[in-house]
Structure formats: structure tokens, C-alpha cells
Design a protein around this ligand. Structure first.
Ligand code: ADP
Length: 430
């Protein structure tokens, strides 16, 4: 076991974890991402550890339990600060899990104050007067209003978070940010004396996040999207270094698995099909019956994919559908049940693809990525170069017990991230 770990991170989904790891690597942290809470201590030379959970849409009780297990494991490695990472669109249901998990971590760390901000200007996520914007739209006007599992229909994050916690929620607004790090620290103290336990923080530029970062020095718990991470390296005396993102050489065929229904993923699927590349669209109605035959659909997809796999061009398997289609399906079947079955199916498809020689795999969708990483039994990943903001290539030395000996290059894309040509562009970068 090493005692060099400065920052211990807990991410509520797998793509979120790589997004955070990516921002940490870019600013000079050496990062190891671990999928799920390990059962043993780890011997690794890293400045930051990111534990990826799949706790965004499970019950608040389960999310707390898993997050505390992650916290205890990180504490065992002597981490100086804990970072709870959630989505830059503040994905949560009215019951949580951002509020309940933050509150439980605060209690365990015996701290009475933390911040909460999903701001990530590089990806168009900005917070102003406590309201979250996605590009030029308020969160509640963005595609997030139609998310299959966590529809976001309120943009005022003070309200959203207040509904999820018994701590009083306050705001550190843009005026405090503009006044500099000391003014922010001063504002934190003021809020604390008013009995406020969590503060949404405004941030619209990377400079805001750097300024905020200085004021976070020594705060036991930070809760945020991945953006806040760009301001933390300075507190630990770290500076960017190119070698931090180098990965081993690639091998194998190329494939994409997409279970995200975001606007961006819909555009990326359309772009891929327009490029004339092979794709298999899954019809989820086959998964809606009580005794759905997932295995035969998996076998059908494998049969389709095998002759098309090649080292030059990727193939795509997708369940991605537009908001209208998703809402029609969800009227006929419980959203979580259907989502879970699709995730299970895509996880199995990813496993088959890797068994059949895929060595470079893109997965679109946070929950979908969690399902695929679990199906592939990937425990640890090294973080490599950035494809688009929030999405790096990663490398996993697959275990010999897994589906394929040798390594796998993997890109886990959060639904809303990436340019329209992401599914073809990503492979050119390797
Ligand atoms: P994102 O990153 O865009 O939020 P996720 O993978 O986290 O993507 O979530 C998308 C959810 O929608 C998953 O549970 C997935 O199984 C489910 N899903 C995918 N396709 C469909 C569909 N056609 N109809 C209903 N749900 C779907």
C-alpha cells in the first residue's frame, strides 16, 4: 500500500468517474480508476484514486451504503481530501441521490459544511445565480427534461438540493467568485455561521473554477461535477505532465455500444449511420414481456456482428432512441425495469464483442457503461488522452478470467458528451 494518495474520489457512475479522472490527469494528478469498492488495499503509485460506483439511480439507502464503503476504503489509503462526483447536469431523482449521499459523507467525515456545483464550462455546463445552464438553455429546457431515469425539470439547484437534504442549502454567487478566493472563503464562513451546511456555487468559466479551487484547500469534502477538479492540483503543488496520459499500443477490432438516449447520442448514432458504417438497432419491445428472451436477442446480435468486425472501421450496436419513442415505450413498461434489461443486454453484447476480438470499444451512456464494465469484469483502468471534454481513452489490462486475454482500450462516454462525429473520430485518436 502506498501513502501518496492526496485525493480520494467517489463517482456515482462509470462515465462520470472517467470524466473526473480525465480532468485530474490533465492538471497533473496521476490517477487510477477503480470500478466498484475493492475488497483489498491497493498497491499503486497514484496521486488520486477514483472509485466508480453505479449509485445514481439505485435507492438512496443503497447509494449511501456503497458511498460510505468507498469512503472507508479511501480513508484507509490516507487520502487528504474526499471528492464526491456526480453528473454535470445534476442527474438525480426527487429522492436523491446527491443530497442523501453528500449528507452521509459529511456526517462520516464529521464536517458541517461542503459545496455543490456541477459547473463544467468546457462542456457548456455553467451555474449562474444557482441556476444550471446546459449550453444556452436552462437545465429544465434542455434534453435532460426527457431523460429516461432522471428527468431534470427544475434549474434552480438550491431548490433541487434542498428537496434532497435536511441540511440548509445556500448559495455562493458569482459576485463572491469574482471577488476572489479569499472572498469565497469568507462567504463559506458566513454561510456556516448562518447554519447552512451545503452551498451551491456559481461558476461560468474555467477561471472561476481555478479561483474556487484555492478556497477549497483543506475542505474535507468537496461535492461537484468533474469541473471543480481542474482547480485542485494547485493546492497539492502539482503541475500538468504529458506522460500522465500515455497508454499502451492498440490491438483488435473496433466497436461501439450505445444505450444512451441523450440528444448528443442520438445525433452521434445518426452521424455514424449516415457515414454508411454497419449498425444494429435493438428494438426494446422484445425486452418488455415478462419472460423476455434476452439470450436469443444477444445471440442474434453476435451472429450479425461477427462477419462485420474488422481492424479498420467500427461497428455499432445501439438501443438509443429519441424522447418520443422512449416515452411511448415507458407507457407500456416500467422505465427502470426496461432500462435495466437493456443495460443487461448491452453488457452481454459488449462481452461477446470483446470475446470475438474487439480491442477498442466505445460505450455511450453512464448506466450503460456501468453495465458493460461490470460484464467485462474490468476492475482498474489507466486514464489516457482526451477525445472530447469529459471523455478520455482508457486502458484496462483484462484479467485472464475475463472474456479476452490482453488489454482493452475503452472510452466511456456520458450521454450528453462528444461532438456529432464522436463514434468515428474517437478511433482516429488512438
Ligand atoms: P445517459 O448517459 O445518456 O444518461 P444511460 O446509459 O446512463 O445514458 O441511461 C440511459 C438509460 O436508458 C439506460 O438505463 C438504458 O438502458 C435506457 N434505454 C436505452 N435505450 C432505451 C430505449 N430505447 N427505451 C427506453 N430506455 C432505454
Amino acid at each position: 500500500m502506498t501513502n501518496t494518495i492526496l485525493l480520494g474520489c467517489i463517482a456515482d457512475d462509470f462515465t462520470g468517474a472517467t470524466d473526473l479522472a480525465n480532468n485530474l490527469v490533465r492538471t497533473g494528478f496521476r490517477v487510477t480508476q477503480i470500478n466498484g469498492v475493492p475488497t483489498k488495499p491497493l498497491s499503486v503509485e497514484a496521486d488520486a484514486l477514483v472509485i466508480a460506483l453505479k449509485s445514481r439511480t439505485i435507492t438512496a439507502g443503497q447509494a449511501i451504503e456503497q458511498s460510505l464503503a468507498a469512503l472507508h476504503w479511501l480513508q484507509h489509503h490516507g487520502t487528504q481530501q474526499i471528492y464526491f462526483k456526480y453528473c454535470s447536469t445534476f442527474d438525480s431523482t426527487p429522492a436523491g441521490n446527491i443530497g442523501p449521499v453528500s449528507q452521509a459523507l459529511m456526517a462520516e467525515l464529521k464536517t458541517d459544511f461542503t459545496i455543490a456545483t456541477p459547473a463544467f464550462p468546457d462542456n457548456g455546463r455553467t451555474v449562474f445565480k444557482g441556476h444550471l445552464f446546459v449550453g444556452d438553455q436552462l437545465l429544465s429546457d434542455s434534453g435532460m427534461k426527457d431523460h429516461p431515469l432522471t428527468p431534470m425539470r427544475e434549474s434552480n439547484l438550491v431548490k433541487v438540493l434542498q428537496d434532497q437534504t435536511s441540511h440548509r442549502v445556500g448559495l455562493v454567487d458569482h459576485k463572491a467568485i469574482a471577488a476572489g478566493s479569499q472572498a469565497i472563503s469568507q462567504k463559506f464562513s458566513e454561510l456556516r455561521t448562518q447554519g447552512i451546511g451545503m452551498a451551491i456555487v456559481d461558476a461560468v468559466t474555467n477561471e472561476d473554477l481555478i479561483t474556487l479551487g484555492r478556497a477549497l484547500k483543506g475542505m474535507p469534502l468537496v461535492t461537484a461535477g468533474s469541473g471543480v477538479a481542474i482547480g485542485l492540483a494547485q493546492n497539492f503543488g502539482l503541475t500538468p505532465s504529458a506522460q500522465a496520459s500515455a497508454l499502451p499500443a492498440t490491438s483488435g477490432f473496433k466497436a461501439i455500444v450505445s444505450g444512451s438516449c441523450s440528444l448528443a447520442s442520438n445525433r452521434q448514432v445518426a452521424h455514424f449511420k449516415q457515414a454508411g458504417l454497419p449498425s444494429f438497432g435493438i428494438d426494446p419491445t422484445a425486452l418488455m414481456q415478462d419472460h423476455a428472451d434476452v439470450a436469443s436477442l444477444v445471440a442474434q446480435i453476435r451472429q450479425w456482428a461477427r462477419p462485420l468486425l474488422n481492424p479498420d472501421n467500427p461497428i455499432l450496436v445501439y438501443a438509443t432512441a429519441d424522447a418520443q419513442t422512449v416515452s411511448r415505450l415507458q407507457q407500456q413498461c416500467d422505465a427502470h425495469l426496461l432500462g435495466g434489461r437493456i443495460e443487461q443486454l448491452l453488457g452481454k453484447v459488449a462481452q461477446d464483442l470483446v470475446e470475438d476480438g474487439v480491442g477498442q470499444l466505445v460505450v455511450a451512456g453512464g448506466e450503460t457503461s456501468g453495465a458493460c464494465v461490470q460484464a467485462l469484469a474490468i476492475e482498474q483502468m489507466q486514464i489516457g488522452p482526451q477525445i472530447d471534454p469529459g471523455v478520455p481513452w482508457c486502458f484496462s489490462q483484462l484479467s485472464s478470467a475475463g472474456p479476452r486475454a490482453g488489454g482493452l482500450h475503452l472510452a466511456l462516454k456520458s450521454g450528453n458528451f462528444g461532438t456529432d462525429d464522436f463514434f468515428t473520430k474517437a478511433f482516429k485518436l488512438l
